[in-house]
Design a protein around this ligand. Structure first.
Ligand code: NAD
Length: 453
């Protein structure tokens, strides 16, 4: 099938590469000429396990093209996926300018029937706005062409995006109950047929419900995290081990184990913005989502938890103190620093006069770029980018773990003790066992794991 993907970011690039892998003829459009040049020269703009191989294989087979040519993109695919960013607007609602610009680009050039598939995370009612934007362009050209706008939100996780796309838990598709919508359903059914071979994974619904489903899913996951974080902070005060509680609670099949880990807050490009956008949607309809307001407030506070624990241990004035930070990306296996907890921690430490040595397996360059936006030049001068985890430890007052990279799970604790000025670990992801740390002679501060009241 001929497919166009508009937007070649995390979602668009993975979607395009994976659909090409299944034999489709995929045209990826992006307005960022640097990104397209990089892709056309064999590079990959993001870190995503397995992606480079899939892209290389399908480019070589001639099934995957990258271009900035809007007209060619509009002509190429009968299916036109919109996978551009939907960042928060000033008031927190989803900014649809990129989605609507993509829609206008299609409308300006299309000549025959197209299915426009909203893959970006967009608020309820966006498909209607996309439809109106395309129709306005057709009217301007006095052109008649039929089209349908479908919603097919994406559920892949950064860090496991190729795997998630290829083996989805579910595929949510919303189509209109019109003849054009029925045609869209047939096309999307055959596109996704390879994913439904051993069991049906597609949930068909109306467009607005599909748009809403994505927000509901992210809001639920964020809620579980904030719920556990709030309980973990109480656990610290009452001498309870939140990890034992997590196992005890998660064993109930009605609850399950996923997304119950306490930590130093969630980040990334999705949960924070999607929770906010859903709240704004509710407010536009004179409803307040009280639970989500609390989810957001708890998370904002949780991002300061490591800084607060460090201040409690070392005092408010951190001048002369030096910390080793392991992990900068918002989660493992990605270089994405959007809304990463490490950014809040670094601001907390540096603003109190501390110096830091940081290490992340893949996000060092991206961290240098985004920290320029967050910090003053004096604060930036107090960051050393370490060569490796052990280099970061040298002469630090404590090790602080922010991202749960696999490589940090079983470190050489003797080496850590030798390199640090004193054996103190603040573990924002509860990677280690308090007992093991005690036996190793390490002062350990997890999240919700201080058993002594
Ligand atoms: P991204 O910022 O990584 O990529 C967006 C791309 O779109 C950029 O390369 C940008 O240059 C391009 N673009 C913007 N306007 C364009 C236009 N008019 N024509 C062509 N290209 C254009 O974004 P992302 O992380 O891939 O997210 C895309 C959407 O998918 C968002 O709505 C996001 O909420 C949603 N989503 C993201 C994830 C994730 O894990 N990142 C998961 C599920 C859903």
């Amino acid at each position: 099938m001929k497919i166009t993907i508009i937007g070649t970011g995390y979602v668009g690039l993975v979607t395009g590469a994976c659909l090409a892998e299944l034999g489709n003829d995929v045209f990826c459009l992006d307005l960022d000429a640097k990104k397209i040049d990089l892709l056309n020269s064999g590079g990959i703009p993001i870190h995503e396990p397995g992606l480079e191989e899939v892209v290389a294989r399908n480019r070589a087979a001639g099934r995957l093209t990258f271009s900035t040519d809007v007209e060619a993109a509009a002509h190429h695919g009968v299916l036109q996926f919109i996978a551009v960013g939907t960042p928060p607007d000033e008031d927190g609602s989803a900014d649809l300018q990129y989605v609507l610009a993509a829609a206008r680009g299609i409308g300006r050039h299309m000549k025959e029937y197209k299915v426009i598939v909203d893959k970006s995370t967009v608020p309820v009612g966006t498909a209607e706005k996309v439809r109106a934007a395309i129709q306005a362009e057709l009217d301007l050209r006095a052109t008649y062409a039929t089209f349908s706008v479908a919603s097919n939100p994406e559920f892949l996780k950064e860090g496991a995006a190729v795997e998630d796309f290829m083996r989805p838990d579910r595929i949510v598709i919303g189509v209109d109950a019109t003849p054009e919508g029925e045609r869209a359903r047939d096309l999307l059914r055959s596109l996704y047929a390879p994913f439904n071979r051993n069991r049906e994974r597609t949930y068909w619904m109306d467009v607005r419900s599909a748009e809403f489903t994505k927000y509901a899913a992210n809001a639920m996951l964020a809620t579980r995290i904030s719920f556990m974080n709030e309980l973990a902070n109480l656990a610290d005060k009452v001498g309870v081990d939140i990890e034992a509680v997590r196992r005890g609670v998660g064993s109930d099949p009605r609850i399950g184990y996923s997304f119950l880990y306490a930590g130093c807050g969630y980040g990334g490009s999705c949960f924070p913005k999607d929770v906010q956008a859903l709240e704004r949607t509710a407010r536009h309809h004179d409803q307040e989502l009280l639970i989500l307001r609390a989810v957001e407030a708890v998370n904002d506070r949780q991002k300061h938890i490591l800084g607060n624990k460090i201040v409690k241990r070392f005092g408010n004035d951190l001048a002369g103190r030096h910390f080793a930070i392991w992990g900068l990306a918002f989660k493992p296996n990605t270089d994405d620093m959007r809304e990463a907890s490490a950014r809040v921690l670094l601001a907390d430490l540096l603003s109190r006069g501390a110096t830091v040595a940081v290490y992340d397996p893949v996000a060092m360059a991206e961290a240098q770029r985004v920290l320029q936006l967050d910090l003053t030049s004096a604060q930036l001068a107090n960051i050393r980018y370490a060569e490796n985890p052990s280099d970061a430890l040298v002469d630090a007052d404590a090790l602080v773990i922010v991202t749960e990279w696999k490589a940090f799970r079983s470190p050489d604790f003797e080496l850590i003790k030798k390199r640090l000025k004193q054996p103190v670990i603040f573990d924002g992801r509860n990677l280690y066992e308090p007992d093991t740390m005690f036996d190793a002679g390490i002062e350990y501060h997890g999240i919700g794991r201080s058993l002594q009241v």
